[in-house]
Design a protein around this ligand. Structure first.
Ligand code: ZN
Length: 154
């Protein structure tokens, strides 16, 4: 499905998967316009792809290094891994009363991912929800409605 090289006859603005409006080129001769348009609408624009890549890079940079994560795990840390029907692995890591779970392609990769996840949560970004007075107060329980006079319970 190569991009055609003929004359561009229209350039409508089309919303992409990310919500941005981008110019979609209508070529005079284009057998695959419907498919190209579907792909265009189903994917993010270049700007958002770049933004997303940057975010993922930053998120990855915040992850503790492999060795660092294992070092940070406390004594008594327990790992449980099990092979899943589709051949991937599921597992959980429990330490200090807190568990993280995940799935991975290999037990090795999964172990690293779980260790990182646990350490990341243990560090906390400093935005753990605190109990505050702003929480809505629980509503008083609604009084049971009296049955209308003359109606008997079955
Ligand atoms: Zn976008």
């Amino acid at each position: 499905m190569a991009v055609p090289t003929g004359e561009v006859v229209a350039r409508p603005m089309v919303a992409r998967a990310c919500g941005c409006m981008r110019e979609f080129q209508h070529y005079k001769v284009d057998k695959y316009r419907a498919q190209r348009l579907a792909k265009f609408q189903g994917t993010r624009c270049e700007d958002c792809v770049a933004k997303l890549n940057e975010q993922q890079k930053q998120a990855a940079a915040q992850l503790p290094k492999k060795g660092e994560a294992f070092q940070a795990l406390p004594t008594g840390t327990q790992l449980a891994l099990s092979r899943l029907p589709d051949g991937t692995w599921g597992g959980s890591l429990t330490a200090e009363g807190r568990s993280v779970t995940g799935t991975g392609e290999s037990p090795h990769g999964l172990t690293i991912a779980l260790a990182r996840q646990w350490v990341l949560e243990a560090r906390g970004p400093g935005e753990a929800p605190k109990p505050t007075a702003a929480a809505p107060s629980p509503k008083p329980p609604a009084a049971p409605k009296p049955l209308p006079a003359g109606v008997r319970k079955p």
